[in-house]
Ligand binder design. Structure first.
Ligand SMILES: [Fe+2]
Ligand SMILES: [Fe+2]
Length: 169
C-alpha cells in the first residue's frame, strides 16, 4: 500500500495479522447484531410478573449491544476491512429462540447467560491476539468485555433467584 504506516497494525509488515484481526472483529460484529435481535424478542415476548424485571434489563442491554456492534464496525473499517453485509450473516443463537411457553423465563435467562459467555470467550481471544499486535483494538475490546461480564453477572443473579424461588422446577 502506498504511504502505509511504517509501524503498528496499519503497517505493511503486519498485514496478515491485521487481516486475521478483521476476521475476528467481523465475527464479533455479527455476534452483537444477533444478540440485538435475540434481546429485542426476549424483552417483548415474556409473560408474567417474574419476567418484568428481566425484560426491562434486556431492553437496556439492546442499546449497549448495538453500540458494541457499531464499535466493531468502525474498527473493521479503520483496519482497512469492509464491514460485511447481511448476506454473510449466519445465525448461531439456537439457545435464545423463543420458548414454547412465554412464561418460561428461566429459558430466557439461561439463554442470555450462554450468549454473554460466548461473547466473553470470543473477546478474550481477540484481546489476547490484539494484545500482541494492536493495543487500540485490545483497549476497545477490553471495555466491551467488561460490559459483557456485567451482563453475565446480572443474569446469573436472576437465575439464582429464580432457582431459589422454585420457578424453574
Ligand atoms: Fe455486546
Ligand atoms: Fe452483553
Amino acid at each position: 500500500m502506498a504511504n502505509a504506516a511504517s509501524q503498528g497494525i496499519l503497517s505493511d509488515d503486519l498485514k496478515s495479522e491485521r487481516d486475521q484481526l478483521v476476521e475476528m472483529l467481523k465475527k464479533a460484529y455479527f455476534m452483537e447484531l444477533e444478540t440485538v435481535m435475540s434481546y429485542i424478542a426476549n424483552s417483548v415476548n415474556p409473560d408474567g410478573l417474574l419476567a418484568r424485571e428481566i425484560a426491562e434489563s434486556l431492553e437496556q442491554d439492546i442499546q449497549e449491544e448495538l453500540g458494541h456492534a457499531q464499535q466493531f464496525a468502525t474498527r473493521i473499517k479503520e483496519l482497512y476491512g469492509v464491514v460485511p453485509g447481511s448476506e454473510e450473516f449466519t445465525a448461531e443463537q439456537s439457545f435464545l429462540q423463543p420458548p414454547d411457553d412465554q412464561l418460561d423465563i428461566i429459558h430466557v435467562v439461561k439463554g442470555v447467560i450462554e450468549a454473554e459467555t460466548g461473547a466473553i470467550e470470543h473477546y478474550n481471544g481477540v484481546i489476547e491476539f490484539a494484545g500482541e499486535h494492536d493495543p487500540v483494538t485490545e483497549d476497545m475490546v477490553i471495555a466491551i468485555l467488561r460490559d459483557e461480564e456485567g451482563h453475565r453477572r446480572l443474569f446469573e443473579g436472576f437465575l439464582r433467584e429464580l432457582d431459589k424461588s422454585g420457578a424453574g422446577s
